[in-house]
Design a protein around this ligand. Sequence first.
Ligand code: URA
Length: 214
Amino acid sequence: MPGPEAYDATPFVPEGARIGELREAAAGCEGCPLFRDATQTVFGRGRLSARVVLLGEQPGDQEDRQGEPFVGPAGKLLRRACAEASIDPDDTYVTNAVKHFKFELQEERGKRRIHKPPTLRELSACHPWLTAELHLVKPELVVALGATAGKALYGSGFRVTQERGSVLDPPDGLEADAVVATIHPSAVLRAGDNRDEVYAGLVADLRVAAGALG
Ligand code: URA
């Protein structure tokens, strides 16, 4: 196996694997250095028959501890927003662009693990896992949650503020019929006094996603 300096998960992704084998292989991924500090790989979860894939950025603190995507506060909010937009959250496949939690320890905050956004290099290293997941799910729609998820699909030039809330052609090679981008649910949690308005924007974008399903 190549070392983590290769920044590429490809050698760890078994070809033609079923979802269980992929999940098992992902648990041992050393395709970039993020595996070193994270508790575990957080692979996608949900129905392979799902028409919608919800794509986040990377696991947060709680997801890292529990080994499941979107099980913390952002996930709770996302489920509520999906249901409000007529997307059944139990009929989705939920995953992240990067499968390990990236953080820094802040001593002055009682050694709290503070989320750090992944770099483009880390996004690209992890991309083979997303490709393998989408190959099995073959969704009608990928909902990119936030700028980083958008960049993972379309590259560094992607601007979620410009592209959100419309039905986008999928990038080359993406096994989905369409993409809708929106803000990350944690942006709602951080919105303070504007929280209701920011949440309504998320739901509106998710309604576009629901409407795009054939
Ligand atoms: N934020 C994400 O992008 N993904 C998770 O799984 C949790 C929080």
